[in-house]
Design a binder for this molecule. Structure first.
Ligand SMILES: Nc1ncnc2c1ncn2[C@@H]1O[C@H](COP(=O)(O)OP(=O)(O)O)[C@@H](O)[C@H]1O
Ligand SMILES: [Mg+2]
Length: 407
């Protein structure tokens, strides 16, 4: 048995006489002993097969409950102990009673199988993001894969709930947008912005590789920024398709623009290199402003499937737009179609691209001119202020407009 990390006294309310217990929280279980005795009355292992219920009144937690012989037994205690217990067991077990602990604010996002809301913790008034998923087995996949991850560039989860119809993940609230929104609004305009984004992403991949996790769905909609205008606050979200590299017999993935070609073969072996490829497809788009495959093929799924599978990519578009040579070298290495020859994330971070900081003013200028000459007036400075996207992008657009008006 693992050592006790927190201990407190609780009571059970009965009709005639209340009974008292000592609750011991261990890292792997909750043990409830008869008061002042070593006799254990109830044990609740901390795993996703079990549930803890919370009873709240006047915005404070007054009791917790566990299931004993198909019934919920509640234990009443001091609210500070209850909150401490909640923190210690969060993400190790499923909670019940989302409505009594969170106030829903508004919807802030939507995925293929989920909706994401901004919510407020009723007890301490802090703000969080709440992802709601219909009850299906793959909920456990997402939380199991994510359970022990802790990294600057990976979204942090707070706790999990199960309701009648939905599962819920409470996670840190991202104050910024998704990378796909930044693309839509043409807000990535400088070499430094591209570098910051791809460096953060590669650092997340190095960490995931060490943890033995493959994300399998790296794309702009699953990349967010925790602060507006701070690109180094990048976080990878959505571990719905993540697997352990040691897993055999895993679900195949749905393919898309950022999928590596080897993932589409008959018996795919998924490796960390697949996430590296998606990173390359993102860097390609950051520099060229275009997707690696023409979007028009997406309508015809067979054709699109074969194009991705062939691994052929048109790199000429990068040469046409004067992308710096060291960026092209990195893009080609990340997008190598043979995964055994493709670089790893940590090798990619050693590339010249990350070492040198020097871009000639001509290189900068021509990149802006070719990618944004038609867009710059459309974007405008006011739009940028409205979107509160931060100093970096604002300056870039001011410069952009200058460049276009004074060639
Ligand atoms: N922590 C968060 N803070 C703010 N918005 C988020 C957060 N997580 C996700 N979102 C928004 O919700 C969308 C869907 O979330 P995601 O986890 O990708 O769901 P799905 O698995 O259904 O794709 C994201 O693209 C993003 O716009
Ligand atoms: Mg998603």
């Amino acid at each position: 048995m693992l050592p006790v990390i927190h201990s407190f006294t609780c009571e059970r309310i009965h009709y005639f006489m209340n009974s008292y217990y000592t609750v011991n929280i261990h890292s792997d279980q909750i043990r409830i002993n008869k008061f002042k005795s070593q006799t254990t009355k109830y044990i609740c292992p901390l795993d996703f097969e079990n549930k803890v219920y919370w009873y709240t009144e006047q915005q404070k937690i007054h009791a917790f409950g566990i299931i004993v012989r198909n019934k919920v037994k509640f234990f009443k205690g001091n609210h500070k102990d209850m909150e401490e217990m909640r923190k210690l067991i969060a993400c190790k077990i499923i909670f019940d009673g989302i409505v009594s602990l969170y106030k829903c604010n508004r919807q802030i996002g939507e995925g293929a199988d989920s909706k994401v809301f901004k919510v407020e913790d009723i007890v301490n008034k802090s703000s969080w993001a709440l992802k709601c998923l219909e009850r299906k087995d793959d909920f456990y996949q997402e939380i199991r894969m994510h359970q022990n991850l802790e990294h600057n560039h990976i979204i942090q989860f707070k706790e999990y709930f199960q309701g009648e119809q939905y599962y819920y993940i409470v996670m840190e609230l991202m104050g910024g947008q998704t990378l796909s929104k930044l693309f839509e609004r043409n807000l990535i305009t400088t070499h430094q912005q591209c570098k910051t984004i791809i460096q953060a992403l590669l650092l997340a991949l190095v960490y995931l590789k060490n943890e033995g996790i493959i994300h399998r769905d790296i794309k702009p909609a699953n990349i967010m920024f925790s602060q507006c205008g701070k690109l180094d606050s990048l976080k990878l979200v959505d571990f719905n398709f993540a697997i352990r590299s040691s897993d055999t017999n895993v679900q195949p993935i749905l393919y898309g623009m950022y999928t590596a070609p080897e993932a589409l073969c008959d018996n795919p072996i998924y490796t960390d290199k697949m996430d590296v490829y998606s990173c390359g497809a993102i860097l390609y788009k950051l520099y060229s402003g275009e997707d690696i495959h023409s979007i028009k093929y997406m309508q015809e799924s067979n054709l699109f499937y074969n194009i991705i599978k062939s691994g052929s990519i048109d790199f000429k578009v990068l040469e046409k737009t004067s992308v710096p040579n060291n960026a092209i070298q990195l893009i080609k290495a990340l997008l190598e179609s043979d995964p055994t020859k493709r670089v790893t994330a940590s090798e990619a971070l050693q590339f010249d691209y990350f070492q040198s900081d020097s871009l000639s003013p001509i290189e900068k200028r021509s990149r802006f001119q070719q990618r944004y000459q038609n867009d710059s007036l459309k974007i405008g400075i006011t739009a940028d202020f409205e979107m509160n996207i931060g100093q970096d992008a604002k300056c870039a657009n001011v410069r952009q407009i200058e460049i276009n008006h004074h060639p």
